[in-house]
Write a protein that binds this ligand. Structure first.
Ligand SMILES: Cc1ncc(COP(=O)(O)O)c(C=O)c1O
Length: 478
């Protein structure tokens, strides 16, 4: 086997191989182990020296499918509650295949008018879906981390402008440190964004009023007063992963307005609370932010690399992310330009397609129902936890995350952290359900998040059964 030119005829048979494997894989997703440790040795089949003579399309695809369907984490299925992860809806999965079929470069209109048009509609639909007014714009990014980077990059440009500096041209040298203030819910990815932007991850000033991380607004106000009107950036969090809690965005927006600060909100999954009248109060005030970061690959249930940043003044994106011209590339105001000049990446796949397809397929109402169903499932899980004599819920459940721990009557406080950490390890090894541990109010705890469209009450009942079974084992083993 050699040059793919001679394998052209293998294309459709290879796609059929994938379709043939997709049926059994998807059909068994609801029952299969989330992680099957016993299949791990198969991974060895993928290693070895770089082949000199390739095995050909059919053989390569066969190996990847066989090893992949056996060893992949079934995070697309209904029983993965670790982190905050969605699965791909049927329309999104099919559209993702279209992305590969068409293989567009969504860099600029010169490379794909189609990708550009879909991205324009998609960004506007996302804006409307979460209730933001017309005029807002944005960028589709690889992740919420990159969406945080996008919002905080715009904040940096705005802040440097206050000192008369075009930071895109001149960089940060000679400027004071940019003040960044937040509550304790601030996500590590916002720190990572600040680290990538050259501000440093440890420069956020965190103001908390308790051991959970609730923001101390009086502290933020005092610090802003100390800064004496110097421009500053506030980061609010709409949905933190431990218990799904929110910063009070209206109050934060008031503080930003009083002091003239830039308000960036990280709503990676929590922004979708805006979709239901039952939970929309949690995101009230987000429309007063300057920039918002979120992830469609979380609660919108589309494939990965579907982050997005929404910004009040989209005209700020070009100066921050436009590239210095090369003769063969479109310039910033060129009709052949596009989103690759308005966000952190240049060449990129047409990641708008699955989002467009899923919104087109299920609409505002379908997604509202999904969010409400997940909140109902979280309430169901909380009720089952509350009824179990050996489980203790640690937090209210404002959205889709339930924070609790294993706590049988005969275990004393000092042993509980150890047993719950061990329980977390056992859960990930066992593979029937997936939920990781965190530390909440200083206690080791589980924090299952419900964000996959396939999840049902029976899946959550199984979670509780497995937690109790493995919790008892962790306690026995000591
Ligand atoms: C609040 C918040 N922000 C940011 C992120 C980072 O998302 P990503 O992994 O897509 O970069 C997460 C991930 O769960 C999150 O919960």
């Amino acid at each position: 086997m050699g040059d793919p030119l001679y394998e052209q005829a293998e294309t459709l048979p290879a796609l059929r191989q994938v379709v043939d494997a997709a049926g059994p894989y998807l059909d068994t997703l609801p029952e299969r182990l989330v992680y099957d440790r016993a299949a791990e040795p198969l991974l060895g089949e993928l290693s070895g020296p770089l082949p000199d003579q390739g095995a050909g399309t059919k053989a390569a695809v066969e190996t990847l499918l066989r090893v992949g369907t056996a060893t992949a984490t079934a995070s697309a299925g209904p029983r993965f509650y670790h982190f905050v992860i969605g699965g791909s809806t049927p329309a999104a999965l099919a559209a993702d295949w279209i992305v590969s079929l068409l293989d567009q470069n969504a860099f600029v209109r010169a490379s794909s008018r189609f990708a550009d048009a879909v991205e324009t509609v998609t960004l506007d639909w996302l804006r409307e879906l979460v209730g933001l007014p017309r005029g807002w714009g944005g960028a589709l990014t690889a992740s919420a981390t990159f969406a945080n980077l996008t919002g905080l990059a715009l904040a940096t440009h705005w802040w440097a402008e206050r000192y008369g500096v075009d930071v895109a041209a001149a960089g940060l040298a000679g400027l004071p440190r940019m003040p960044v203030l937040s509550g304790g819910y601030v996500h590590p990815s916002a720190r990572k964004a600040l680290q990538m932007l050259g501000h440093g991850k440890d420069t956020i000033e965190v103001f908390t009023s308790d051991g959970i991380g609730r923001i101390d607004l009086a502290g933020v106000r005092r610090r802003l007063a100390e800064l004496g009107g110097a421009p500053a950036v506030l980061i609010g969090t709409a949905g933190e992963p431990n218990a799904g809690e929110f910063d009070p965005l209206c109050e934060l927006a008031d503080v930003a307005a009083e002091s003239g600060a830039w308000l960036h909100v990280d709503g990676a999954f929590g922004l979708f609370a805006a979709l239901s009248p039952r939970t929309a109060h949690l995101t009230a005030g987000v429309e007063r932010a300057d920039s918002i970061a979120a992830d469609a690959h979380k609660w919108l249930n589309v494939p990965y690399e579907s982050g997005f940043a929404l910004v009040r003044e989209p005209e700020r994106l070009g100066p921050a992310f436009g590239m210095p011209g090369a003769a063969y590339l479109p310039g910033p105001d060129d009709p052949r330009g596009g989103y690759g000049l308005l966000g952190p990446e240049s060449s990129r796949r047409a990641r708008a397609l699955p989002i467009w397809a899923s919104l087109a397929a299920y609409g505002r109402t379908g997604y509202r129902e999904l969010v409400e169903r997940h909140c109902d499932l979280a309430a169901h899980l909380a009720a089952v936890v509350d009824a179990a004599p050996d489980l203790e819920r640690l937090a209210e459940v404002p959205l889709n995350v339930v924070c609790f721990r294993y706590r049988p009557a005969d275990l004393a406080e000092p042993e509980l952290d150890h047993v719950n950490r061990r329980l977390g390890e056992l859960l990930l090894d066992d593979g029937r359900v997936f939920a990781g541990t965190t530390v909440y109010r200083g206690r080791a705890a589980l924090r299952p998040a419900i964000s996959n469209w396939r999840t049902t009450a029976a899946d959550l009942d199984l979670l509780v059964d497995v937690v109790r079974e493995l919790g008892a084992r962790a306690a026995r083993e000591g």
